[in-house]
Design a protein around this ligand. Structure first.
Ligand code: ZN
Length: 537
């Protein structure tokens, strides 16, 4: 295989790339509950089944995004990594034996997101999934990113089906090479599995990759196939859906989005919905149907227990288990798949990008590297303003040669950019929220902000000047570029609630940074001004 040029990576869309964890959700998702073995009381907080109850344990993942190696989250906690996810899955399997049958499924977006996966077009991810014994996966929008030929090659490599029941040719005919459903047997139990893709697929992968295809409303399709599967003897119907939701911090309340709407529309019985695509924590129920999503990039797994007795009145138990690598030992066989994949990309990771004359350190609240990254995002997103959270800037930009790998370590999350449409008054409210913290924890581009930290929170702004030197106008409309972490609620800024409109740009933050610094005259001069400054009095 020929390694694609750097430009290939830069151009790839990555609409639902791995995001940063909101800090508060790490606190809420107690790592003590995390992945720790808990043999007797399998799912704390859920009712225990009576002794002797046999059940089907469904273990599920979603949005792995090629995250073969563990990565630090926004709190610096190393999470995910195939060998560790494998250990968590094995543990979830073993802890319920012999009372359970187990089924391992995924809700899509397997390959796209890291050099180690991307430069092998997802091969090592399928190798890992094969080894783990996945029964099925949903067809994620990013499965199309390298074109249908590559997708079909991965489908041939996979020992499991990759299902998209709502994918049709534009003339309405079913796409034969994309399977819709399957029945798998576990002991005497037959489990019908239906996979569906997000209806937003055409706008979340490059349009050229899905020409001629359409993505229909999955609810009536699932109703119809589910009925057929039960007629064929399925005891359970499981939907694996690359379609998501956003919930409150507990993952259970205030849920809304595509998969919630889907479940509400169903008219036939579905036992479980495994969700993906939004990279969120979802652990809720709609009309009695459990809906789960385990964040992304192997940072969590879904575990769900269905009693096997057909007449059982027992309630289904379900949980999303957080996965921090410190709590588990990696599985050696998977570790070796990862090591080989990582070794193959070392030449890319070592690729020269630019030379940096002076180290740009992360230091204090406002620093030059933060300005540079905010500028890169405003430039890439063609915005009036950009806002970058400091928590997403992971290390210094050191003087000397900047390689793809060293830049990757600065912005390792693969966050994607959003363009938010905000009136000046809405933007002013956002800035007040940023200034209400104990310390300013963001950088801006396209704004100069002066504030009085001694005033009450909510009224600290003294002056806001835009890029052309004019004051921020409450009635004017601005395009504000942020990453998906902020756009989807990160830092508690409620950007979704503040903005008039929100549009994903399919630009990875690292690509924006690399493209931007390569466009600058050499030697690169860092933007040194303090853009968010307190007034002295
Ligand atoms: Zn997706």
């Amino acid at each position: 295989m020929t390694a694609p040029a750097l430009g290939f990576l830069v151009l790839m869309s990555l609409a639902c790339a791995p995001g940063q964890l909101p800090r508060s959700s790490v606190r809420a998702a107690n790592p003590g509950r995390a992945i720790l073995l808990d043999g007797g009381d399998l799912l704390k907080g859920n009712p225990a089944f009576p002794t002797g109850t046999r059940f089907l344990r469904i273990i599920a993942t979603n949005d792995f995004h090629g995250a073969l190696e563990p990565r630090p989250d926004a709190n610096g906690i190393r999470r995910g990594g195939a060998a560790y996810v494998a250990a968590a899955i094995d543990r979830a399997r073993k802890e319920c034996e012999p009372r359970c049958e187990t089924l391992l499924v995924d809700a899509g977006d397997l390959f796209q997101g890291t050099a180690a996966s991307n430069l092998s077009y997802g091969r090592p991810v399928v190798e890992y999934y094969n080894r783990m014994g996945y029964a099925a996966s949903a067809l994620g929008n990013h499965e199309f990113d390298w074109g249908t030929d590559t997708l079909r090659a991965r489908m041939r490599q996979a020992k499991f089906g990759i299902f998209g029941a709502n994918v049709r040719y534009t003339d309405g005919h079913d796409v034969k090479w994309i399977p819709n459903d399957t029945i798998v047997k576990r002991g005497a139990t037959k489990i019908g599995i239906i996979g569906v893709s997000t209806v937003t697929t055409p706008t979340t992968t490059r349009a050229a990759n899905v020409v001629g295809l359409r993505f229909d409303d999955p609810a009536p399709i699932v109703d119809s196939i589910g009925t057929a599967l039960r007629k064929r003897g399925a005891n359970f119907v499981v939907v694996i859906a690359h379609a998501g939701a956003s919930c409150g911090i507990d993952g259970a309340t205030e849920c809304g989005g595509e998969i919630i709407d889907f479940a509400r529309k169903l008219t036939t019985k579905v036992d479980v919905v495994i969700s993906g695509h939004t990279h969120t924590l979802v652990n809720t129920e709609v009309k009695g149907i459990p809906i789960l999503q385990a964040r992304s990039s192997g940072r969590a797994i879904d575990v769900l227990d269905l009693p096997l007795r057909a007449d059982s009145k027992l309630h289904v138990r379900h949980d999303v288990r957080e996965l921090a690598v410190d709590t588990i030992q990696p599985v050696p066989a998977i570790d070796s798949i990862v090591s080989r994949a990582v070794a193959r990309v070392s030449s890319l990771v070592n690729r020269h990008v630019v030379t940096i004359p002076v180290t740009l350190a992360r230091q204090g609240s406002q620093y030059h590297l933060g300005n540079l990254i905010a500028d890169a995002q405003r430039w890439a997103g063609k915005g009036d303003v950009a806002i970058m959270n400091n928590g997403g800037i992971r290390t210094d930009l050191r003087a000397g040669e900047a390689t793809y790998g060293s830049l990757f370590e600065i912005q390792p999350f693969g966050n994607t950019l959003y363009s938010l449409t905000m009136r000046g008054a809405q933007l002013r409210g956002l800035l007040e929220a940023m200034l209400a913290k104990k310390a300013v924890d963001d950088h801006v581009s396209g704004l100069r902000i002066r504030y009085d930290p001694l005033r009450p929170a909510g009224s600290r702004l003294v002056s806001v000047t835009t890029a052309d030197g004019s004051p921020l106008s409450d009635t004017k409309t601005y395009n504000v570029i942020v990453n998906d972490f902020l756009a989807t609620g990160g830092e508690g800024y409620n950007l979704g609630g503040r903005a008039t409109a929100s549009r994903p740009l399919n630009i990875v933050d690292l690509d924006a940074l690399i493209d931007y610094i390569m466009s600058l005259p050499s030697p690169i001069t860092a933007p040194t001004e303090i853009r968010i400054a307190p007034v002295l009095r």
